[in-house]
Ligand binder design. Structure first.
Ligand SMILES: C[S@+](CC[C@H](N)C(=O)[O-])C[C@H]1O[C@@H](n2cnc3c(N)ncnc32)[C@H](O)[C@@H]1O
Ligand SMILES: C[S@@+](CC[C@H](N)C(=O)[O-])C[C@H]1O[C@@H](n2cnc3c(N)ncnc32)[C@H](O)[C@@H]1O
Ligand code: SF4
Length: 385
């Protein structure tokens, strides 16, 4: 199978579902647990990797991503044993990317060298903010100084390092964000992810918001302005916006996420991990049990998966559209037509182009900066029925 990046390629996602504490804004699959039997988790991961390798023979593995939760709570020996298993199951791409998400506490930074020895070559660190008051409000376990120290240690240990910040936070002004972002960019290496705070239903922030108790969130206009200035300031530092929330120097883009956005295949292992796999020429969606103990028990009984479903041609094209328009480079319309078997509605395309939301640069269709501000609405207009 072609491994051209425009076709996405093939990757592996491994989900570690535990955190030290639950952050009030987060709705990812993360749990706080008193005791974790790391050996039992290793055995379950290895079993799931075997099962997945058997149905993806001859694939060249471009990327492995340990996400969470907080994978920097994994025992480095567990990470090493997983990567050893992975090396035996799939042929690695020459420039294989192996990312681990890390939280920047000193305890975790103490494990960085061991992760690097295990084969991890990229770290994505959740700094979230460079202001101590805000770190406290976001429920984080680290201080700014601790975060900066952890990041410096990461730079020494790994070839590639990135960090995440959350902006459009409570009581944050546009000028305060500009100053914080400039500080962040002087710290950054060649990649960073900048997310607007999203209030998710079912989180502590979501509950407070419902009760009218989450005050000081920026108005939509301010949040939009923050997004605009983010692009401009990042560009000043040579970091281009290759995706809605991701900025990099050319060549330093996250290869793992590019597999998702370019609608490639990926195996998902661990509680709540999802996958997209082409098997016998048919693309499938896979999903797994979210609850950690349920997943462990299910793996012991045979499979952690609770869904393996063929994806119809129309759904595939729509998924490609939803993922690909997040990228500055957009989607390849020829590939879109090939996947879905029908083209996008030319009238809708023209209307959105006239409104300045998209650019049709054949064969690529791209969302403009204005379009990316309201991307979900733009995509909703374009989806095939
Ligand atoms: C969207 S954040 C991106 C983090 C960081 N900025 C980066 O670029 O690496 C990554 C999170 O998405 C979730 N995730 C990614 N791939 C997944 C998959 N295949 N299945 C389930 N969750 C996934 C995990 O919770 C993971 O921690
Ligand atoms: C699933 S987390 C995993 C990383 C790691 N556990 C951490 O917290 O540093 C991936 C990233 O998603 C971002 N994120 C999570 N919830 C968010 C929200 N409600 N709004 C904006 N960004 C969010 C954070 O920047 C976080 O670093
Ligand atoms: S943001 Fe990270 S550390 Fe906080 S609960 Fe979510 S996954 Fe865990």
């Amino acid at each position: 199978m072609a491994e051209d990046w425009r076709n996405g390629g093939f990757g592996l996602y491994i989900h570690w579902p535990f955190c030290m504490a639950k952050c009030p804004y987060c709705d990812f699959n993360s749990h706080v647990s008193r005791s974790i039997d790391q050996k039992a988790w290793l055995d379950a991961y290895l079993k799931e990797l075997d099962r997945n390798a058997a149905r993806t023979p001859d694939r060249v593995l471009k990327s492995v991503f340990f996400g969470g939760g907080t994978p920097s709570l994994m025992d480095p020996d567990v990470v090493a044993a997983i990567l050893e298993g992975v090396g035996q199951l799939w042929t690695p791409a020459n420039d294989q990317e192996i990312t681990l998400e890390a939280n920047p506490t000193s305890v975790e930074a103490g494990r960085f060298r061991a992760y690097a020895d295990a084969g991890v070559n990229r770290v994505s660190m959740g700094l979230q903010s460079l202001r101590d008051d805000d770190l406290r409000r976001l429920g984080r376990m680290h201080t700014v100084a601790e975060g900066q120290r952890a990041f410096e240690i990461a730079k020494d240990c790994f070839g590639r390092v990135s960090f995440d910040l959350i902006y459009a936070r409570q009581d944050q002004t546009v000028s305060a964000w500009k100053a914080e972002l400039r500080e962040a960019l002087s710290l950054a290496a060649d990649h960073l992810s900048l997310y607007q705070l999203t209030i998710e239903a079912g989180t502590a922030f979501g509950d407070r918001y419902e009760r009218g108790k989450l005050r000081g969130l920026p108005e939509d206009d301010d949040a939009a302005e923050m997004y605009e200035v983010t692009q401009e300031i990042c560009a000043e530092f040579g970091m281009y916006d290759y995706e809605v929330s991701n900025y990099a120097k050319p060549g330093a883009e996250s290869r793992h996420n590019q597999i998702y956005w370019n609608y490639g295949d990926y195996v998902g292992v661990g509680p709540g991990a999802h996958g997209r796999l082409t098997m016998n020429g048919q693309r499938h969606a896979t999903d797994t049990w979210k609850q950690p103990q349920k997943w462990l028990d299910a793996v012991a009984a045979g499979t952690g998966e609770n869904l393996v479903e063929a994806v119809s041609a129309t759904e595939q094209a729509n998924e490609y559209l939803m993922m690909g328009l997040r990228l500055t480079d957009g989607i390849d319309l020829q590939r879109f037509n090939q996947i879905g078997g029908k083209p996008l509605n030319p009238r809708t395309l023209q209307e959105l182009e006239d409104m300045g939301m998209i650019k049709n640069e054949k064969p690529y269709l791209k969302a403009t900066r204005a379009g990316r501000l309201v991307l979900n609405a733009v995509i909703a207009e374009l989806l095939l029925d």
